[in-house]
Design a binder for this molecule. Structure first.
Ligand SMILES: Nc1ncnc2c1ncn2[C@@H]1O[C@H](COP(=O)(O)OP(=O)(O)O)[C@@H](O)[C@H]1O
Ligand SMILES: N[C@@H](CC(=O)OP(=O)(O)O)C(=O)O
Length: 439
């Protein structure tokens, strides 16, 4: 039987009690030999993640303000875990080093990475596994882009000398040794990289929910677990906001054909969700695999009669966005209208300037802006073969009194995206869930 990589999220390692559950899980299966921890996460709803406190410490240090009190709270989190578990490893030395580095002007990536680094030291000691610094395995270029093939070479060469190891999640290093983190939630990517590097039989991703759920449990009460899902479906759902797995975590394992199993640290016997390239279609319980979405989008709708006959119309619109260095999410079109959906974070303060440029570039009959929009994706390979899926979805939304502002049936044919007003977001997700799952 092949080895397993086990990644534990911040909620799974938030305190000593959680560490104990993690060790029990690892000891229950002799194949669980490569462990990727996140930084201590929230212990209760209003708690603060260590990663957030590290960013805050760095921000204060950088502004020349006193970061001592925030950093002391970080130290207390780690000291509490080490004390409650009776660990003997040197924690004070590494804590002091981080404090000094922050005072000396360390950057945000380095600061944030120390959350996983310190937790990795504690977990390695608790398990009796060697600690392998992710900075020795994971490579970024000078501009900060992750280099997958160079990483695969380096990580597999280093890890072949270990029968087991703890590798902290979330970061790697540029070739000059400067620490670089992935985007938030990026420990999931580290787990996938380690799985590919050791050619694991399975990548287990342990979190605080019993697998990937059909909808966000903060919106839908007790949603069903998705038993099986393909990498592609999962990527669509993760990208659209289902935060349980970082959307980029799929690439390394998909390349190597390694399945991912999402499991619950607080309910380890639950089978969770299996993610793989394909599976027996008969195993699907519902037409729809999952529903995900998020708020914070603006839609610009461009109207122009006979637009469809005008050569290069789409290109001109896109070149305006390119000029502002903006990427778009979707671009549904009909005969005389074309809409571009843009995340507000991309748009910044550029909306007025973009509208002016669009007027100059394509002389539209009208430009309409809908801000404060949310996008919801209803995803499932099974949707292609079923008639009436779109009708059922819209009936559900109309029945709930939701005003649908935009529709995009993605070219992947396993995805229908609707744009609704942000205030209707939760209502719309519940209505779709009810129509496809509980009705
Ligand atoms: N479709 C979904 N299925 C499961 N969890 C979801 C989904 N959408 C959002 N979530 C949220 O994702 C959380 C788990 O992800 P995350 O906070 O990154 O965990 P971890 O700290 O273990 O990495 C869950 O607690 C849940 O609130
Ligand atoms: N600690 C980092 C990376 C991470 O992946 O964390 P988690 O596994 O708790 O989502 C973050 O908060 O973004």
């Amino acid at each position: 039987m092949g080895n397993k990589v086990v990644k534990f999220g911040g909620s799974s390692l938030a305190d000593a009690g959680q560490f104990a559950k993690v060790r029990e899980i690892i000891r229950a299966d002799a194949a669980r030999l490569f462990v990727v921890p996140s930084a201590p996460g929230k212990r209760f709803a209003d708690d603060i993640k260590v990663t957030d406190m590290l960013y805050e410490s760095q921000r204060l240090a950088c502004a020349g303000e006193d970061f001592g009190p925030v950093f002391d709270r970080i130290c207390q989190r780690y000291r509490g875990i080490a004390r409650d578990l009776g660990l003997q490893c040197d924690l004070e030395g590494p804590l002091q080093k981080v404090r000094e580095d922050l005072a000396a002007g360390a950057d945000a990536d380095y600061a944030a990475s120390r959350g996983e680094f310190l937790n990795g030291i504690l977990l390695a000691d608790y398990l009796g596994y060697p600690f392998v610094d992710a900075a020795e395995l994971i490579v970024f270029d000078e501009a900060g882009n992750f280099l997958p093939e160079e990483t695969q070479k380096k990580a597999s060469a280093v890890l072949k000398d270990y029968t087991c190891a703890v590798v902290p999640g979330f970061y790697g290093a540029k070739r000059d040794g400067t620490v670089k983190t992935f985007s938030r939630g990026g420990s999931d990517i580290t787990g996938a990289i380690v799985a590919r590097a050791i050619d694991a039989a399975l990548y287990e991703n342990w979190t605080d929910v019993s697998g990937f759920l059909m909808a966000d449990p903060r919106i839908v009460k007790n949603p069903e677990t998705i038993d099986y899902i393909t990498y592609r479906e999962l990527r669509e759902l993760s990208y659209m906001g289902a935060s349980v797995l970082h959307e980029e975590a799929i690439f390394p394992v998909r390349l190597a054909g390694i399945p991912i199993n999402i499991k619950n640290t607080n309910a380890p016997d639950h089978p969770g969700t299996m993610i793989m390239d394909r599976f027996d279609e008969a195993a699907r319980k519902h037409t729809v695999t999952g529903i995900a979405g998020h708020k914070g989008f603006t839609v610009i709708t461009i109207e122009k009669e006979m637009m469809n006959t005008e050569r290069g119309f789409g290109r001109k619109v896109l070149s305006v966005l390119e000029k502002f260095d903006i990427s778009f999410e979707h671009m549904p079109s009909s005969i005389d209208t074309l809409s571009v959906v843009i995340a507000d974070a991309q748009l910044g303060d550029n909306l007025d300037a973009i509208l002016t440029s669009l007027h100059e570039a394509v002389s539209p009959d009208a430009l309409e802006v809908s801000d404060n929009m949310a996008l919801i994706a209803t995803v499932g390979h099974g949707m292609v073969r079923q008639r009436g899926v779109a009708a059922k979805l819209f009936d559900a939304l109309v029945g709930a009194g939701v005003n649908v502002r935009m529709i995009d049936q993605g070219s992947s044919e396993m995805n229908i995206i609707v744009g609704v007003e942000s205030d209707d977001f939760d209502l719309a997700v519940r209505a779709i869930y009810q129509a496809f799952v509980t009705a």
